[in-house]
Design a protein. Structure first.
Length: 496
């Protein structure tokens, strides 16, 4: 191992120990009850709410998926995705955050399935059961995608065994999530959002300078047909441009709909100490989303210029998602200080991954221990037993995710996009109706949950492969079908 690699590894290991330390310290101060473990006692400030929501949202696709996509195809695909996500962030805080915080507190609901169930006053926990199962079904592969990103990182950096790298990442997340609960996760997400921001700033600046300046990067990108266009995309295999039509733009912009159904983001709204502070949170979150995703796009474009100039190897397929790793490796060649900075950049990738995985594990744990174990199966647990069950669930889900992450060739962006569609299409329409339509009822909600989840699978694997007008991101048709099914079924069962 070279001195540069040792400095990078030491920086990353120090970062991992810092996360564990924060989790243990906060865990000692956290109330040992369900609301304290899952929502931090509803006492989270506006800055932590905003940054933890964005950090848990910006999973490994921020520093791997978006740069990799921009590296391969240019601005169009990654750019419209980023625009959709920025719009979704703003609208989620504007439309959903305040009423959800208010009504969840009135109903004393501490999880999303709990809120849906109490909102419709169901006597048998059918909505709760379906909602909790959806969380478990879509969050497990989501967590697996994050662990896969970490595995790729350590494997490409140090040549470590891919599976061992995945296990190490899961171990660290399990410790601070299970000990500290929501308070630890939210605080660590804040720390990780800062690290992600620093990583983006450094790598963009270094990349532009190494490529010969901004004009050099732009001129290079102009020589690639369609690379800088929002209405054409660059075909990596043929080196030609391909039209990026209206249907594909609408399909990609549909990413914005996913925000309304993301349980690990929605619980941030439920946990803020005062609903009036959400306006400040909205401004902070939207600003950070725009800046961070713009940086991720620039990294992909700069990385492509450096590859074509011979400074970096050509990256194909899923390997393009390691472009930030390659840039950090290039930076580390300039001495010990540069190696430490490169380690901080790579810690940014860990931050992007872990800040999402920890929130997802905690949300999945609450769905099982609070909703399925107690409300569906009727187990009567004390507050202490409930928290223990949640911690055990964190471990079990993480182990399952490790097995699902066993394939190092898995594409992070594709896995994330599918899970994103699953939550957006199921919980998104339900959340809108639960908050804003009094005539919606439990039968309509059940229909919406089932229609949304089934449509995501059917459209993804059977309809979209037909191409043409059917080549639309599965979130859009599934969201619309779920919404229509809620309205129709609620009308036809209004007398029941």
């Amino acid at each position: 191992m070279t001195a540069n690699q040792f400095c990078i590894m030491a920086t990353i290991i120090s970062y991992l120990f810092l996360l564990i330390f924060i989790g243990v310290i906060i865990g000692r101060c956290t109330k040992k009850n369900s609301e304290g473990f899952y929502l931090g006692g509803r006492n989270i400030g506006p800055f932590v709410t905003a940054m933890s929501a964005e950090a848990s949202d910006m999973s490994s696709y921020l520093l791997m998926g978006i740069p990799g996509l921009a590296y391969l195809t240019g601005l169009a695909d990654a750019g419209w995705t980023a625009i959709g996500l920025a719009i979704g962030t703003y609208l989620n805080f504007l439309l959903i955050a305040k009423p959800l915080r208010r009504y969840s507190a009135q109903l004393n609901a501490i999880t999303i399935p709990d809120f849906f169930s109490k909102r419709y006053n169901e006597k048998r926990p059918i909505i709760m059961c379906i909602s909790a199962l959806i969380i478990l079904i879509f969050f497990v592969p989501y967590v697996a995608s994050g662990l896969a990103a970490v595995g790729k990182l350590f494997n490409s950096l140090f040549g470590w065994n891919y599976i061992i790298s995945v296990i190490i990442a899961a171990f660290v997340i399990i410790i601070y999530t299970s000990i500290g609960g929501f308070n630890a996760v939210a605080t660590i997400d804040l720390v990780q959002s800062i690290i992600m921001t620093i990583a983006l700033a450094i790598i963009v600046t270094f990349g532009i300078i190494r490529a010969g300046g901004l004009n050099s990067v732009i001129n290079h990108a102009k020589n690639l047909p369609g690379f800088l266009s929002f209405f054409d995309t660059y075909n990596f295999s043929t080196a030609r441009s391909k039209s990026y039509g209206f249907i594909r733009i609408i399909s990609t912009m549909a990413w914005s709909l996913g925000y309304f159904g993301m349980p690990h983001i929605l619980v941030r709204f439920m946990a803020i100490r005062n609903e009036n502070e959400l306006k400040l949170s909205r401004c902070i979150a939207t600003f950070w989303a725009i800046i961070s995703m713009s940086g991720a796009l620039i990294i992909g474009i700069v990385g492509r210029a450096l590859s074509d100039a011979g400074y970096l190897p050509f990256l194909k397929g899923s390997a393009a998602e390691t472009i930030v790793v390659q840039l950090a490796n290039l930076l580390s060649r300039y001495g010990i200080i540069s190696s430490i900075i490169a380690g901080c950049i790579l810690a940014g990738i860990l931050a992007a991954t872990m800040s999402t995985a920890d929130s997802q594990l905690l949300t999945a744990a609450s769905a099982f221990s609070e909703n399925i174990l107690q409300n569906v199966f009727g187990f009567k647990l004390s507050q202490k037993q409930n928290v223990f069950a949640a911690r055990l669930t964190v471990v079990v889900i993480a182990v399952i995710a490790i097995f699902l992450a066993a394939n190092p060739e898995s594409n992070v962006f594709q896995i994330v996009s599918f899970a994103w569609a699953g939550f957006g299409a199921t919980f998104g329409p339900v959340m809108f109706c639960a908050l804003f339509w009094k005539r919606s009822n439990q039968y309509g909600i059940i229909a919406g949950l089932l229609t949304g989840s089934l449509t995501v699978f059917i459209w993804k694997f059977f309809v979209r492969p037909l191409g043409g007008i059917f080549d639309v991101y599965e979130l859009l048709p599934a969201f619309l079908f779920a919404f229509v099914s809620i309205v129709l079924v609620s009308f036809f069962t209004s007398g029941k």
